[in-house]
Ligand binder design. Structure first.
Ligand code: ZN
Length: 324
């Protein structure tokens, strides 16, 4: 039976781990209690024990798997789906829990769930104390030539972030070639795709005119390293604390019309904002807003999906590795 196999794998992973923390040990005790309750068919009780263990160790696939399984068995599909999303959030396709999780999804008819969203295994979200997130959308400004539209290394990004914090720095930037006056409002329209997250109190954001203490800054670039790339998001993968996130959006859409350009900017802004708030990977499903932009057609309209929503919910529902 699959459960037994997974149980063995879990026990081995606890026994063989070289960096077992106190949290993991406590999670291990709760896991054993949960498995005992599960075997006695006390599914609700088992779910509570697995869920407690998963709070201590949220990126442990076994804990999220059992929390999900026991919730579904107890008839609580909402809780089951949330735990399943937390599992998919932190597990790549190589995870031994991927197939059992997909089997759970199938068995309980889960239509939407999260996708893998961590960068190098780092789970990074905005801290509560930064809310509401302050978003500065520049009216057509481009970063200095040395940084504009480029892939930056850690040192370059760190220099740029420090520089942007200096009084007058942003004001000294030049207008980006190809920028049209309606583009900034397309950005706001695109970010509106995420307003449901405010209603659900996952995060809050507001627009600011002062770039100095903004959390997320939006600039413009005529082009990017890859042709047809519509935007990029620059953030630290480590040492993220109090560092701003920078979004750059493309201005040159020739030979397309202004209407196509506007729609493309809206799509790109909505997508890049997803990266800026912590979804640091692409969805494997081409229909999702956070799918790789190479799936997109210029000028078509893209919107947030239930998979994207589940991913953000899962991301902000547990203690992260670090915060912005
Ligand atoms: Zn992307």
């Amino acid at each position: 039976m699959k459960i037994k196999k997974i149980l063995l794998a879990t026990l081995l992973s606890f026994a063989c781990g070289t960096s077992i923390t106190i949290a993991a040990e406590n999670a291990g005790v709760l896991l054993q209690q949960g498995l005992k309750a599960y075997k006695e068919k006390k599914f609700k009780e088992a779910n509570q024990l697995f869920a407690k263990a998963a709070i201590l160790n949220p990126r442990d696939a076994s804990l999220q798997y059992y929390a999900s399984l026991s919730a579904f068995q107890a008839g609580d599909s909402k809780t089951g789906r949330a735990a399943l999303s937390r599992l998919f959030l932190s597990q790549t396709s190589h995870s031994p829990y991927m197939n059992p999780a997909l089997e759970l999804k199938q068995r309980y008819g889960v239509s939407a769930h999260s996708y893998y969203a961590l960068k190098n295994g780092m789970h990074t979200i905005w801290s509560r104390r930064q809310m509401p997130l302050k978003i500065y959308i520049s009216n057509g400004l481009a970063l200095p030539d040395a940084y504009r539209g480029k892939n930056l290394n850690v040192q370059q990004l760190s220099e740029l972030q420090d520089w942007l914090r200096k009084p007058g720095a942003v004001q000294s930037l030049k207008q980006c070639p190809g920028y049209q006056s309606g583009f900034a409002s397309q950005v706001k329209s695109g970010l509106g795709e995420w307003s449901w997250a405010m209603q659900e109190r996952i995060l809050t954001f507001q627009y600011v005119n002062n770039p100095i203490d903004a959390n997320i800054l939006v600039f413009w670039s005529p082009s990017f390293p890859q042709p047809s790339q519509a935007g990029q998001t620059l953030y630290m993968v480590r040492n993220t604390e109090s560092r701003p996130v920078i979004i750059e959006l493309r201005t040159d859409f020739s030979p397309y019309s202004s209407a196509v350009a506007g729609q493309s900017i809206r799509n790109a802004a909505a997508h890049e904002f997803g990266h800026a708030i912590g979804i640091q990977c692409h969805s494997p499903s081409g229909k999702d807003l956070m799918a790789n932009w190479q799936y997109w057609s210029e000028g078509a309209s893209y919107h947030i999906t239930e998979n994207d929503k589940e991913t953000l919910r899962a991301l902000y529902s547990v203690t992260p590795t670090q915060t912005f």
